[in-house]
Design a protein around this ligand. Sequence first.
Ligand code: ATP
Length: 288
Amino acid sequence: MDYSKARKILEVSHLKQYFNVGKPNEVHAVDDISFDVYEGETFGLVGESGSGKTTTGRAIIHLYEPTDGEITFDGQDVSKLNTKEKQQHFRREMQMIFQDPYASLNPRMKVKDIVAEGIDINHLATSKEDRAKQVEDLLETVGLNKDHSSRYPHEFSGGQRQRIGIARALAVQPQFIIADEPISALDVSIQAQVVNLLKKLQREKNLTYLFIAHDLSMVKYISDRIGVMHYGRMLEIASSDEIYAHPCMTTQLVYYLLCQCLIQIMNEHGCKKPMMLVKNLMVRKENL
Ligand SMILES: Nc1ncnc2c1ncn2[C@@H]1O[C@H](COP(=O)(O)OP(=O)(O)OP(=O)(O)O)[C@@H](O)[C@H]1O
């Protein structure tokens, strides 16, 4: 991507997001981080569990009121917008895809109504027929059968449910999508399919992604640049090639800790091919 010609779509400046402020259990989940995201790029956000990735995403989309700092989206300082303006702005332009495709879809709603949520809220359909057509087109765009629109979420596989979540996000034609670990809950074989779908959609619709993830190999594959978070701080921002070729010492340390953590989780919960995964992880660590 040619950054000299690129436009900044998101500017995060000295963002702080603290919880339980003034109480003994005060948490500095995000502690003075700054980064920009350019139109059409994928900015990967990685870091170990609890490093503040999800909180960053939620603060950007204003599910939280930031403790301090500025978020500028599409040239507008978000803190200066009133609640109604924020809702209108973000409902259309910024969407979120969640980690758990099981929990993020209402089990009592038919797929067509889930996908049409944003269409209904923003009055984007001119008639019932138009609404149905838009839903069918969206399902086809994400590789689902349009004839399945009257089914319920439990009738779909994990990968298909994540595609439903993506169709729901696309329904309002956003510019910017925050994908919070969108593939972590999926089988490895399905992960690549969903990532490839996201890449295809990005090309076709000029989408910008903030891609939050644990899986470093997938992040490298999809991201133009990567930010590494640790204990609420941004340790390093670099192109994904640079970060893998010459990671700074702290990033290496975080990666090492992440490997250790994953190995422990695999041991605790059982894993079908633990040795293969461990070997794979250790090889990647050695490469750093
Ligand atoms: N609503 C909240 N109230 C209090 N503390 C919170 C809240 N949300 C997150 N935290 C804390 O903030 C820190 C950062 O959490 P966050 O979920 O952003 O991390 P993460 O990097 O996304 O982790 P994971 O990869 O496990 O999802 C953690 O210590 C978490 O316990």
